[in-house]
Design a binder for this molecule. Structure first.
Ligand SMILES: [Zn+2]
Length: 387
């Protein structure tokens, strides 16, 4: 595997991990990096630029297994002590308690604070500019305690108090200049240590003042991007960021009001024209008894109309006149669609369609077709041409 492929595989794993655990991608990247013994993702990238990054197949397999486990999971494997400690810390930090008759657990996961119980969870993000997110599960909404305003208020205040502690701890770990601008508004990036009074967001092309970014703990006030996306120069811009607009922080009044989301993981069928056509074409292939008819099925023009149902045009030279596509009709009936079948005439891909009726093997047909052409031309040129 090349180095680029290694990085790509790691990113793919991180994406999956982030999605499954509903954490930010940068947090998943950091965890993946930690599994490989790096303090965070930025360090892994920096190291890979200096020396070739090699991930052994066993390490990759280990990472796959790691990603498949839900967060937080303690691993009893031989990993570096820092990672082990961090993992145990998540578990230890989970506090259990009750509000009324309902039990909850409260924990910090990569600087976000999560309080959760049966059928609900509240996440207070590390980014102070992002409102808390309340999630309820669609099949449990009936008796979900978090929909009771008193319960919600108590759960929220537990999570918010913890979030204040988490943010204070982050700020304490950073240089003083990262959270407090000097008289000219200059602040220092907590990770890169660059200093500037104006900052740019790689994610939303926003221009941010030093005071804004410091107050928001280095998350973009406009789009919530993480400190990794904040730079003192807009190196990706054609005009060094001169055209970038100053970010507007989200409405401060609403900033603290929780956002409600109903989580529904049940698979839902969204039947659209593309999917209907796919099923009908698959059924036409079921109906095809030889190569000629298979080509006819693959080349059939199929369209779907809400009012008239399915319209199928079958090439006359490839599909026998009067042959009912029984499977296609059955599929249309299951989908509640009327069917109209017409014959069409167009240019067929190969001469002598009758050859396709003599076999149901594509390789056998290809040989017959090549031989047939060979009789009419000189030696057949089988290499594809550019034009
Ligand atoms: Zn942004």
């Amino acid at each position: 595997m090349t180095e680029t492929n290694h990085l790509r595989s790691l990113k793919v794993l991180a994406k999956r991990y982030a999605r499954e655990n509903r954490i930010a991608l940068h947090q998943a990247l950091d965890l993946i990096a930690a599994e490989l013994g790096f303090p965070h993702w930025a360090k892994l990238i920096a190291t890979s630029k200096k020396s070739c990054l090699q991930v052994a197949p066993e390490q990759m397999a280990g990472l796959e297994a790691f990603v498949d486990r839900p967060l937080p999971a303690a691993t009893f494997r031989n990993v570096d002590p820092e990672t082990m400690n961090r993992r145990f810390a998540y578990l230890e930090q989970a506090e259990h308690g009750v509000i009324g008759d309902h039990s909850y657990r409260l924990q910090e996961v990569l600087h976000d604070v999560i309080i959760a119980g049966e059928g609900w969870s509240i996440r207070v993000p590390e980014n102070p500019g992002v409102p808390p997110i309340v999630e309820t599960f669609a099949d449990q909404e009936g008796g979900c305690p978090v929909l009771d305003p008193d319960f919600l208020e108590r759960a929220l205040s537990l999570a918010r108090d913890r979030a204040l502690q988490v943010r204070a701890k982050i700020a304490a770990d950073w240089p003083r200049r990262s959270t407090k601008p000097d008289l000219r508004g200059v602040v220092r990036h907590p990770l890169s240590r660059d200093e500037s009074a104006v900052w740019f967001c790689l994610h939303c092309d926003g221009k941010i003042t030093g005071a804004q970014i410091a107050q928001n703990l280095w998350h973009c006030p406009g789009c919530g991007a993480s400190p990794l996306d904040i730079f003192d120069t807009a190196f990706w811009s054609d005009d060094d960021g001169k055209s970038f607009q100053p970010v507007k922080a989200h409405d401060a009044v609403d900033g603290d009001e929780p956002v409600f989301r109903s989580v529904d993981d049940r698979p839902k069928l969204d039947m659209n024209e593309e999917k209907i056509i796919l099923l009908i074409r698959s059924a036409l292939l079921d109906d095809a008894t030889n190569i000629s008819e298979k080509l006819g099925a693959l080349q059939a023009e199929i369209s779907v109309d809400d009012e008239t149902g399915v319209w199928i045009a079958l090439e006359e030279d490839l599909w026998p006149m009067g042959k009912d596509p029984v499977q296609a009709l059955a599929v249309a009936e299951l989908l509640g669609l009327e069917v109209e079948i017409v014959s069409s005439w167009s240019t067929i891909p190969f001469a002598w369609p009758g050859l396709g009726e003599m076999t149901s093997s594509t390789s056998e047909y290809t040989q017959m077709m090549l031989d047939a052409y060979a009789q009419y031309e000189g030696p057949t040129d089988k290499t594809p041409k550019d034009s």
